[in-house]
Design a protein around this ligand. Structure first.
Ligand SMILES: *[C@@H]1O[C@H](CO)[C@@H](O)[C@H](O)[C@H]1NC(C)=O
Length: 166
């Protein structure tokens, strides 16, 4: 009996590990609440407790979202928070996101305006520049229509040194 419970406990632990190992540790933005962030957000590469952003590599951000209202214009509102101060990622912050959206079901590009209650996928790839400071930070990622966040999440991260060149 106890052996069976032990085996079940081990299987359960392995199952949890397998499910969680490629999950991004995404969190809600302060004062906001979006459904199923954990299943919807992927930052690659990442770690279990925070994403490791290595200088000289690209980071890929992919996430699904479902607008509640018609979205006419969508802007990337993206920055890293370092000791309370924002650092904008070069080439991302303030840029229109309308060209980065696809329909979740067909994979076809979805130019703005976006329809309410439809599932869309957003993809962005951006470089981790050598000039960025090597520190722990929080990545704040929102897509905004005017002053409203259509989706928003934050991810704990750390910028690490570039891989040694041979
Ligand atoms: C990062 O992405 C850019 C643009 O797609 C590409 O030119 C570059 O080779 C990539 N860098 C790495 C290290 O993968």
């Amino acid at each position: 009996m106890s052996k069976l419970y032990f085996a079940l406990a081990v299987l359960f632990a392995i199952a949890i590990f397998a499910v969680r190992s490629d999950e991004t540790p995404s969190e809600q933005c302060p004062g906001e609440e979006f459904d199923n962030l954990h299943e919807r957000i992927q930052v690659l590469p990442c770690g279990k407790s925070r994403c490791k952003l290595r200088k000289g590599t690209n980071t890929t951000v992919v996430f699904k979202f479902k607008p509640k209202n018609v979205v006419n214009e969508l802007t990337n509102d993206v920055y890293a928070i370092i000791g309370g101060l924002p650092l904008p990622f070069v080439g991302v912050a303030g840029v229109s996101a309308c060209t980065q959206i696809k329909h979740a079901d067909t994979g076809e590009s979805a130019p703005c305006p976006l329809e309410p209650n439809k599932e869309y996928v957003y993809t962005n790839v951006f470089p981790i520049l050598d000039v960025y400071p090597q520190v722990a930070l929080r990545v704040h990622w929102a897509l905004r229509d005017g002053n409203t966040d259509v989706v928003c999440f934050e991810v704990p991260a750390v910028i690490t040194a570039a891989a040694k060149k041979n």
